[in-house]
Design a protein around this ligand. Structure first.
Ligand SMILES: [Fe+2]
Length: 410
């Protein structure tokens, strides 16, 4: 097996046109919205709106921008969410989208933007139907006010939606849906509970490590990914232990932003391919699914991108410069497990989702394996699994991380 070769071929790096960073920057949302429109559609979940909504509506008000509200975004946002939000957009004559929340709100905002400037049903824009150039016209201006650290969706050309009619997720990918302005105010992430600090933080770490080792990785995305991992390894345990540590929260926001730029311009890979069906089966949050799977995929992959996994192991303190890449890379999987343990990741299985019996789980492994392959994500993996190997990985996840008496839960 060979290491993925860096390419110097032509590339397009996407990013929001502007990104605001720092404590208090969310107060500038109104000014930025006023540059782009007169009536904002504010997209949020009710929970997040209750915490931060007033602050955002006030800044829009102060800048003379009217606000229309859609506050019914679900954790795994649905096609219905998008249709309902778009109905508000049309009824209120909106001309700028403001999202408040993490990936779910941002992805609904992007999708409303697609419908505003493109004809058709939102399902038809999925990459499985329309490919990667299937959104012909850019969305209206969009301001993504981020409250998690995080999905990185405020930096990317991707939206993930659930199609409830088929109980599957689909992905929309287009350069035409990158937000215009990303707002990264650490103050807004203080409200994130410990559980979601863990989930969204390990999601960001997974974005960075997958982007770093993807066959689509190259010099620019490697830079983002390295920077992201270094920050997250240090700041995630601190922001998890003390949510009011604003310095750690700031580092996490920067780290997850860099991770978003990394995978948004490289790709995610096998972990995300497996996490979507696993998450759907167990009804667990996306980041938790990633954190459960990640160590085994690292273990599986390490021989195929040895120098990169060696770097990861060194960043995590599991190896040093004196260890060969071969030795260091072999320790990467356990090192990742250690990071998950530091934030008690598997303990959240008690409160989030349902773990089936081993027998019931084994019954759905072939289906999950098929879904993982269909997602296309395994194609970006440095080591391509066979069907058998992928099924085995799902079984390992159960035996080592899901079963109540498994090593990672006891
Ligand atoms: Fe993710």
């Amino acid at each position: 097996m060979v290491e993925p070769a860096p390419s110097h071929g032509p590339r397009t790096v996407v990013s929001p046109a502007k990104t605001l960073f720092g404590v208090g920057v969310s107060e500038q949302v109104g000014d930025y919205a006023a540059r782009h429109g007169e009536t904002a559609l504010l997209v949020a979940s009710q929970e997040i709106y209750d915490i931060h909504g007033d602050r955002i509506v006030e800044t829009l008000d102060a800048a003379g921008v009217e606000t229309a509200l859609y506050t019914d975004v679900r954790p795994d946002p649905t096609v219905e969410n998008v249709r309902d939000a778009f109905a508000v957009w049309e009824a209120e004559g909106c001309d700028v989208v403001v999202t408040l929340g993490g990936g779910s709100s941002i992805d609904v905002g992007k999708s409303v933007g697609i419908l505003a400037n493109n004809a058709g049903d939102i399902r038809g824009f999925g990459v499985d139907k329309a490919g990667y150039g299937g959104v012909p016209n850019p969305t209206p201006p969009m301001i993504a006010v981020n409250t998690t650290a995080g999905t990185g969706s405020e930096t990317t050309r991707t939206a993930v939606l659930s199609d409830e009619s088929t109980s599957t997720k689909f992905i929309i990918v287009s350069e035409n849906i990158v937000p215009t302005v990303a707002v990264e105010d650490p103050e807004l992430t203080r409200s994130l509970p410990k559980s979601h600090t863990a989930f969204t933080g390990i999601d960001a770490f997974t974005h960075a490590i997958e982007a770093f080792t993807s066959v689509k990785s190259y010099s620019v995305t490697d830079g983002y990914a390295r920077d992201a991992m270094e920050r997250i390894v240090d700041a995630l345990p601190r922001s998890w232990a003390n949510g009011d540590d604003i310095e750690a929260r700031t580092e996490m926001l920067i780290g997850q932003f860099q991770a978003g730029k990394a995978f948004g311009n490289s790709s995610v890979a096998l972990v995300h391919g497996m996490a979507r069906p696993l998450g759907a089966q167990l009804h667990i949050p996306h980041g938790l699914a990633n954190g459960l799977i990640l160590p085994y995929v690292v273990e599986f992959n390490h021989v195929a991108a040895q120098s990169k996994y060696a770097e990861v192991a060194r960043m995590l303190g599991a190896a040093d410069a004196g260890d060969s890449d071969r030795v260091a890379a072999r320790r990467a999987g356990d090192a990742v497990k250690g990071l998950c343990e530091e934030i008690s990741l598997t303990s959240y299985l008690d409160d989030f989702g349902e773990v089936p019996s081993r027998e019931a789980y084994l019954d759905v492994v072939p289906e999950m394996t098929g879904d993982a392959f269909d997602s296309g994500s395994p194609d970006n993996n440095p080591r391509k699994p066979t069907r058998e190997e992928l099924e085995e990985l799902f079984v390992t996840v159960y035996d080592d991380a899901l079963a109540p008496d498994s090593p990672r839960r006891s």
